[in-house]
Design a binder for this molecule. Structure first.
Ligand SMILES: Cc1ncc(COP(=O)(O)O)c(C=O)c1O
Length: 402
């Protein structure tokens, strides 16, 4: 192993970067017989491999070298158009393709947002708990966090208002995942969506609406995206192909009506990677251009995950010791379990020995101060393994409590 020389010094922003519990845990996951509820992986058996192979063939035939050439930073026009049309249907008004920037995974979108908004010490308002990848992205810009309380219906507007009333310095951004949140699976209620938008409007606070799971709804009606409200609060919307097609494509999008923000994003993206992969964008676009087949594919994913959610909820009801609580999300890929009095990082050690793993909840709290939660992923294990895994989890909790 080599070490950095004495003269060379890492930038200060690297000091707070946290080793990922998830990465550590993935090492265990690779052992045979381990049932993993840990990663946030979609079901790979549902990837449309044959249709993508056909899309690759068509792209090479129709586009040839153009699909392999450098392209513009904003993304290929066909993809921007497709995103604008699909999101326009969802929000109920027309979004121009100009508002769309194609990014290399929404994770890159979060990094670019951090880059244009955050100076060291700046505040960002987050749900408590929130998506770990956002904490990691914003940590690199030395952000600090203000947290808003949440309940079964997502963040509490009165808590947001209180936080904004007292914030010093005033935050740069509010970040939230309104649909089937990672990690809790909770959805922000319709009434609260409008309140959140109005509060941010009043305070002039930009909103980052991260929405990777909206198309994976199992039941109930879609709720309005925050970007669907007429408001003066700047909204940056993030969507991704990762959960409805394949994460390895790294095709995702930012939708930003505000021109000034959009221009800054394009400038920093140029510096980061010039543009997202031309080839992946063409293949993605070719694949989704058969709208009926694509919609049927998304429905199939949602139906499979819905059954897995059911199996996991039923198994939790059967195998969890008394006092354990869990969410039953109406979509997405995760549910959240609360085990009062148990430090789930400790519990993970016992579980790893019994060959079942999850992500300890503490990772998702910016203050790293709540220890009794765990995130369970239900999209990536078979129904049979979900039952076996939850039974192992139940035994491990009983053993821990003994
Ligand atoms: C809330 C949230 N945002 C962003 C991402 C990153 O997605 P992408 O694959 O588009 O980078 C994820 C992935 O799990 C997520 O759950």
């Amino acid at each position: 192993m080599t070490t950095i020389s004495r003269a060379a010094k890492f930038a200060e922003r690297t000091a707070r970067l946290r080793a990922s519990t998830i990465r550590e845990m993935l090492k265990v996951t690779q052992q045979p017989d381990v049932i993993s509820f840990g990663g946030g992986l979609p079901a790979s058996e549902l990837f449309p491999t044959e249709a993508i192979a056909e899309a690759v063939r068509v792209v090479m035939q129709l586009r040839g070298p153009a699909a392999l050439q450098y392209s513009v930073t904003e993304g290929i026009p066909e993809m921007r158009q497709w995103v604008a049309q699909r999101l326009s249907r969802r929000v109920g008004h027309t979004l121009d393709a100009e508002t769309v920037t194609i990014v290399n995974g929404s994770q890159q979108g979060l990094d670019l947002i951090g880059k244009i908004f955050l100076d060291p010490g700046d505040h960002v308002v987050l749900e408590n708990p929130t998506y770990l990848g956002t904490i990691q992205a914003f940590d690199a810009y030395q952000a600090r966090y203000l947290t808003v309380d949440t309940d079964e219906d997502g963040l509490l507007p009165e808590s947001l208002e209180r936080v904004l009333d007292h914030a010093d310095p005033f935050p740069k951004l509010l970040y939230l995942v309104p649909n089937f949140q990672n990690p809790t699976g909770r959805t922000l209620s319709a009434r609260r969506r409008e309140s959140v938008v109005r509060i941010c409007e009043r305070f002039g606070l930009p909103i980052v609406e991260d929405d990777p799971y909206c198309e994976l709804r199992f039941e109930g009606a879609d709720l309005p995206s925050l970007i669907s409200y007429q408001t003066t609060a700047p909204i940056i919307y993030l969507g991704t192909g990762s959960k409805i097609m394949a994460p390895g494509m790294r095709v995702a999008w930012l939708v930003i009506p505000d021109e000034e923000i959009r221009e800054k994003i394009v400038l920093v993206k140029q510096g980061a990677d010039l543009h997202s992969g031309t080839f992946a964008q063409y293949v993605f676009h070719q694949y989704v251009s058969d709208g009926a087949a694509f919609d049927a594919h998304v429905r199939e994913i949602a139906q499979t995950y819905s059954r897995r959610r059911d199996v996991m909820s039923e198994a939790l009801a059967e195998f969890m010791p008394e006092g354990v609580r869990f969410t039953r999300p109406a979509g997405g890929m995760f549910l959240w379990v609360t085990v009062p009095g148990v430090d789930t990082s400790e519990l993970l050690r016992i579980c790893a020995a019994s060959k079942v793993v999850f992500v300890p909840g503490v990772s998702f709290y910016p203050g790293r101060d709540v220890h009794d939660g765990m995130r369970l992923n239900f999209s990536n294990a078979s129904e049979k393994n979900i039952r076996i895994g939850v039974e192992r989890l139940g035994h491990a909790i009983t053993a821990y409590n003994r």
